[in-house]
Design a protein around this ligand. Sequence first.
Ligand SMILES: Cc1cc2nc3c(=O)[nH]c(=O)nc-3n(C[C@H](O)[C@H](O)[C@H](O)COP(=O)(O)O)c2cc1C
Length: 331
Amino acid sequence: MITTRFTELFGVRHPIAQGGMQWVGRAELVAAVANAGALGFITGLTQPTPEALAAEIVRCRDLTDQPFGVNLTILPTITPPPYDEYRRAIVESGVTIVETAGANPEPHIGMFHEHGIRVIHKCTSVRHAVKAQAIGVDAISIDGFECAGHPGEDDTPGLVLIPTAADQITIPMIASGGFGDGRGLAAALALGADGINMGTRFLATAEAPIHRNIKEAIVRASALSTQLIFRTLRNTARVADNAVSREVVKILNEGGQFADISHLVAGARGRVAYEQGDPDAGIWYASLAQGLIHDIPAVADLVNRIVAEAEEIINGRMRKMLSADPVPTVA
Ligand SMILES: Cc1cc2nc3c(=O)[nH]c(=O)nc-3n(C[C@H](O)[C@H](O)[C@H](O)COP(=O)(O)O)c2cc1C
């Protein structure tokens, strides 16, 4: 067992989280993560209405008696979803943990705290982490440049981002971006985090509610199999490399605007990729962690394997490096 401030704060067995994932963070995956002793988040906005979110929370609770949370992604959209109603659905459902992401969570924190809900805010820069800590979130999830989804515009990978954040963050903090095995967990702990958050690695699990073709595409992929889209719009997203993402990059690099690519990046097309198993159907998120993914295990096997590997590294491999015995010389 690896006990950290993260496991203690959220009442889970392992210092591992499954962050919100559009179209993927549904009850079956989140419950599998919870039953494995890690912390899963239902993706609030994947549900079309606040009522549907409430029903999804009930469905998840039927599948697990372990803690789980809900992700509330605050998007910079022209027609924002009814956040107040989603927030109310979360509160009324009795969920006790929320992952916020995408923008400043301040408008939401008060109501969550009034109802005893702990908020972990996911962000991609130290300054945003410091701000979130200052406005009273309970924990930080710091997402490095390697990550799937929105890595921000600072391009700071975890090796520097995590310890820089750890120097300024006093509340529990987990780290994400490119984590996929026990070596990553041990490294994150060494860099000052209290655990890891993973998205892409959980896509390639038995319980992830996506087509097997996508899971197999991830296994075939390497760390090179991503594209950074929307760079010129300063809303960068790391997605799987495919014909559509390459086309988006090309159009924007040639001076195109959002209107020129909106038909390519429509969320509905990405959803088709996940549901029908055509990796070229649209834009779907995946990270550099693809380079570390070689199988499609059950979630519990994955979580147990990651923790066991991290324990062996900390207590075996690294401990031996501290041996007082002199290194034997070759005669
Ligand atoms: C398919 C997919 C969808 C995602 N959707 C969201 C989302 O809606 N909201 C969010 O906060 N993060 C989202 N993320 C980011 C993850 O929660 C997590 O921070 C990220 O995947 C960590 O990097 P990793 O993929 O290298 O593990 C998504 C990631 C993936 C792979």
